[in-house]
Design a binder for this molecule. Structure first.
Ligand code: AQP
Length: 355
């Protein structure tokens, strides 16, 4: 019985400096997966067009994300690394998905609601359709696994909904052409052209929160730079931001249950665990009962130890744009070969005459 070949796809949009949330939610996981899966890592530059802030230096930002991938340890020979706009099939499949997905699904996305704010009528159509392009990014390669931060869970569920609706809407044509693949979904065996992709979200810090407010996620667009640790921050800045991080007056608890209703403490413990590659229990067993005045310097040292080499390497790689462009070009060629194969079958399935 056939199953989809296991394949990892993920991407980061070039909309500003990467922060610790992007690193722990995405890049660190990308690197961990490259030894056990075939992986495709994309700089999703077309997604950035939904933000108004980046156009002037989008090319530079795109190279910056590619540099971060490489500096974090992604091997461009092992993985396909490219920028989305080099492979026009992403936009083409997104259009087909726009005709499969429902407007109501898009309207329910919390990211759209947050970013569109109160004036939804004035938001771009691209912002509304963002998850449809994201589904196309993933399903163009029929990827089975997507490492992301917890904030992207809803978009991954929508990707599954789109795949499922496409598989159902075109089930007879898929079967007639012999393009269906058997897959296990829960207890059931089903057949479809697109896999129902699994998000890979686990880990001790699936949603890194703002250092100023434990109820908000760490984000590039937060106006306060003190809310986040940027990958390019120097050691002093990292230490200062951690020292100033909001906490409560209690010492760290002696067990994990004691972190409930203490979002700032929970966030710092999760960050420490993720950076050290240990569980949150292990961090509590070491620091439980101790004051933040003890814990914060240890966290700052660890953050600097892990991030400084990446930031130095990023700067070195960024200084050679020709090298980055060569990797993205070569990755784009490898991605295009896969994208063309998928789209040839999609054209036949939906009935587009292209020969
Ligand atoms: N705070 C976070 N914790 C864990 N993971 C996170 N990611 C983003 N923020 C956190 C993960 O980073 C990857 C890249 O996401 P993106 O390209 O969509 O970037 P983003 O979500 O636009 O980043 P920001 O900082 O959240 O931007 P704004 O401020 O514009 O909303 C994804 O895997 C994401 O889950």
């Amino acid at each position: 019985m056939s199953e989809f070949k296991q394949l990892v796809f993920s991407g980061v949009q070039p909309t500003g400096n990467l922060h610790l949330g992007n690193y722990l939610g995405a890049l660190q996981k990308f690197v961990a997966l490259q030894d056990s899966y075939e992986c495709i890592y994309c700089v999703v530059d077309m997604h950035s067009l939904t933000a108004t802030l980046v156009h002037d230096d989008l090319m530079d930002q795109t190279r910056g994300i590619a540099a971060a991938y490489l500096a974090s340890g992604l091997d461009p020979r092992k993985n396909i690394i490219f920028n989305q706009s080099r492979v026009p099939q992403h936009a083409e499949l997104a259009w087909i998905f726009n005709c499969v997905a429902r407007i109501g699904w898009m309207n329910r996305m919390t990211q759209f609601k947050d970013k569109a704010g109160k004036d939804r009528e004035n938001a771009s159509l691209g912002l509304l359709a963002y998850p449809s392009l994201m589904a196309a990014d993933i399903l163009l390669y029929r990827a089975t696994h997507v490492p992301v931060g917890e904030d992207q869970k809803q978009h991954l569920e929508l990707t599954r909904d789109i795949a499922q609706k496409f598989n159902n809407d075109f089930s007879e044509r898929i079967a007639g052409l012999g393009y269906g693949v058997e897959m296990t979904v829960g207890e059931e065996r089903v057949n479809g052209f697109f896999p129902l992709t699994e998000p890979l979200i686990e880990g001790p810090a699936p949603r890194v929160m703002s250092l100023r407010d434990g109820s908000k996620k760490m984000s590039k667009s937060d106006p306060s730079d003190l809310s986040r640790i940027n990958l390019l921050d120097d050691a002093d800045t990292i230490a200062r931001k951690i020292k100033k991080a909001k906490t409560d007056p209690e010492p760290l608890p002696s067990d994990l249950e004691g972190l409930a209703a203490r979002p700032e403490a929970e966030n710092l413990v999760g960050i420490y665990a993720a950076l050290a590659g240990v569980t949150r229990e292990k961090v509590i067993s070491e620091f439980g009962g101790r004051q933040f005045s003890d814990f914060k310097p240890a966290l700052a040292d660890l953050a600097v130890e892990k991030l400084a080499p990446i930031s130095q390497k990023m700067k070195r790689i960024k200084a050679d744009p020709g090298y980055i462009d060569g990797i993205l070009r070569e990755g784009g060629e490898r991605a295009s070969a896969k994208a063309e194969a998928t789209m040839k079958q999609v054209h036949e399935i939906v009935g587009l005459l292209v020969n």
